[in-house]
Design a protein around this ligand. Structure first.
Ligand SMILES: C[S@@+](CC[C@H](N)C(=O)[O-])C[C@H]1O[C@@H](n2cnc3c(N)ncnc32)[C@H](O)[C@@H]1O
Length: 246
């Protein structure tokens, strides 16, 4: 049985490399995590560095930053499969909810083509890091992006606005070391229970979206909740299962 989100976060401590650690102490208080001025190599740390906030895993030299500017620079290249899966034939037409925002990488790509993107993230630390990274950006499309801290299952069931596309990227089922190769994913796997409520999330999304639900899956995994998609966009590392609504 996987540990709960709350239990895993309690292993995290907050620290700072800056001379003035007041901000870090305030962040620790807000996130209800212990502040620690001297960290050990075995610690999982939410750390304030000169470049911004990051998460450092034990014995991992490089900390993980949520870097929206890097996502933006990368997203400008290529015709993304995700855009096709969402049915973005023309830019700025469709409204999208990214119900599993995570580090916001996919949401950033969606925001470049969508009319509006609502990102929902349930985990307090991930949500906080995402918000912190977003507020440092001045890209014009950021005006169309909204971040919500909530359980998407609950939030969507009371959402009253029309939404065209709902995008889901639940934690991948654990399988082998390949899933651990990406540092952002390692950090997410430390923080988040991998087997959350993604089955009910798919059902809720299918009731709320008025055009499509798109689910990102590893190429080796079956369809989410064994629910056969209407069509599939296959990439080299992942695929997008598309459910047409209506
Ligand atoms: C694989 S990560 C998403 C990665 C994201 N697509 C990206 O580009 O960074 C899955 C995220 O979904 C979040 N999540 C899972 N179930 C959720 C729910 N019911 N409501 C909101 N967020 C959820 C997890 O906390 C985790 O951060």
């Amino acid at each position: 049985m996987a540990k709960s989100v709350a239990t895993l976060s309690q292993d995290l401590v907050v620290s700072s490399t800056l001379a003035d650690a007041d901000t870090a102490q305030a962040v620790a208080k807000y996130l209800q995590l212990p502040f620690c001025s001297k960290i050990k190599p075995t610690d999982y740390v939410l750390i304030e560095l000169a470049r911004g906030w990051a998460i450092k895993l034990p014995y991992n030299a490089k900390p993980w930053f949520v870097d929206w500017q890097c996502y933006i620079d990368r997203s400008h290249h290529g015709k993304h499969l995700l855009w096709r899966a969402c049915g973005f034939k023309q830019p700025n037409r469709l409204t999208v909810i990214d119900a599993t925002a995570g580090w916001g990488c996919d949401a950033c790509m969606l925001a470049m083509r969508a009319k509006q993107v609502v990102m929902i993230e349930q985990h307090k630390v991930i949500h906080w890091l995402l918000a912190d990274s977003m507020q440092r950006l001045s890209e014009p499309f950021m005006e169309r992006v909204r971040l919500v801290h909530a359980d998407a299952n609950v939030w969507l069931s009371t959402y009253k606005e029309p939404v065209d596309v709902i995008y889901l990227d639940p934690m991948y089922p654990e399988r082998n070391k390949r899933a651990l190769s990406h540092k952002g994913m390692q950090v997410a796997q430390f923080l988040v229970n991998s087997a959350t409520d993604s089955f009910s999330l798919l059902n809720t999304a299918l009731q709320v979206a008025r055009y499509r639900v798109v689910v990102k899956r590893p190429i080796w995994a079956g369809a989410l909740a064994d629910n056969k998609p209407d069509f599939i966009y296959r990439g080299s590392r992942c695929r997008y299962d598309v459910y047409q609504v209506n």
